[in-house]
Write a protein that binds this ligand. Structure first.
Ligand code: GLN
Length: 305
């Protein structure tokens, strides 16, 4: 398997050339577009990695299914889905248009920016700081990495350039979907996007989901149902407007981020973390998708098989 992973990384590395790194903030545009790494952890805890699996990058949109689980713990399913839908949009992750024109009158799902910002408004705590610290602690818990921290340069960049996200948050406030302080909610969102992880951290989170919400110690953190909600939304909406094609080509519930990460879950079997900051036009890791395609085909991992 280790040789197989090395082979996959080597075979797909050239694909990095075909994409480009996110360039909306300096902290992301300075990424090395030729980085490509993977980590897999199977059910019995065997961890294998290859390529740039120890390079740190920001979690970005991969934070969305994680904070969703915390919101579901805090507020329950009924409340959460009264304010955010469960349907794919077919639009870009930062699209605004369906917010007003869509029939739903709420963000379509928690994997797009508007939905994820809405989810941030649901996290419990007495102050913005306490709320974000609960998010960070939750990420640390399920990645089994107590050292996760924010990349401050990227956080500042997200905050300075995040006017599109800001506009959506104020719209949601206007619609009565966000209650409370909008800037505080946005700050939680910008901070959660700026948490640094490696492919190894993502594989650990993947295994946590693969086991239905259980840590390697056997401790249950979320109910099986909450883990299933996260995995299902990853399968239907996790790769933005590329989710349908990805479901056919790979068929493994996954969530991408513009930092170049992909979190993948083979239910009951394995957690996979991939890192490759060279992105395709939809904002997904271009070589990372190719790597997952090869793994899915080789091991018949598509959940639709
Ligand atoms: N920080 C990014 C944004 O809000 C996260 C989006 C992403 O990873 N697709 O636009």
């Amino acid at each position: 398997m280790k040789n197989f992973l090395d082979g996959i990384i080597n075979r797909n590395k050239y694909i990095c050339e075909n994409g480009k790194v996110a360039d909306y903030i300096p902290g992301l545009s300075s990424a090395n577009k030729n980085h490509l790494g993977i980590c897999v952890i199977d059910n019995d805890g065997t961890l294998l990695k290859s390529g740039d699996s120890e390079v740190k990058f920001t979690i970005q949109s991969i934070s969305k299914p994680l904070t969703l689980m915390l919101a579901l713990l805090d507020r329950g399913e009924k409340y959460v889905f009264s304010k955010v839908g469960m349907e794919p949009t077919g639009d870009a992750f930062n699209s605004i248009r369906k917010l007003e024109t869509g029939r739903m009158r709420k963000p379509f799902n928690p994997m797009i920016n508007a939905g994820a910002i809405e989810i941030c408004s649901m996290i419990k705590g007495h102050s913005g700081e306490e709320k974000f610290n609960r998010v960070l602690d939750f990420f640390r818990l399920i990645s089994e990495n107590p050292n996760l921290e924010i990349n401050d340069e990227i956080y500042q960049g997200e905050k300075e350039t995040g006017n599109r996200n800001r506009s959506m948050a104020y719209f949601l406030k206007g619609e009565g979907l966000i209650t409370g302080d909008v800037e505080e909610v946005l700050d939680i969102y910008f901070k959660q996007c700026s948490i640094e992880v490696t492919a190894v951290d993502l594989a650990k989170i993947g295994l946590f989901l693969a086991k239905g919400g259980v840590l390697s110690s056997g401790e249950r953190v979320v109910s099986e149902h909450i883990a299933t909600i996260a995995k299902t939304l990853m399968a239907t909406c996790g790769m933005y407007d590329g989710s349908g094609e990805f479901a056919i080509k790979v068929g493994i519930p996954s969530k991408s981020g513009v930092g170049g990460g992909i979190l993948s879950v083979v239910p009951g079997k394995m957690g996979i973390g991939v890192f490759g900051p060279s992105l395709d036009q939809k904002g997904n890791s271009i070589a990372g998708i190719a790597v997952l395609e090869e793994i899915a085909e080789n091991f018949k991992f598509s959940i639709f098989n």
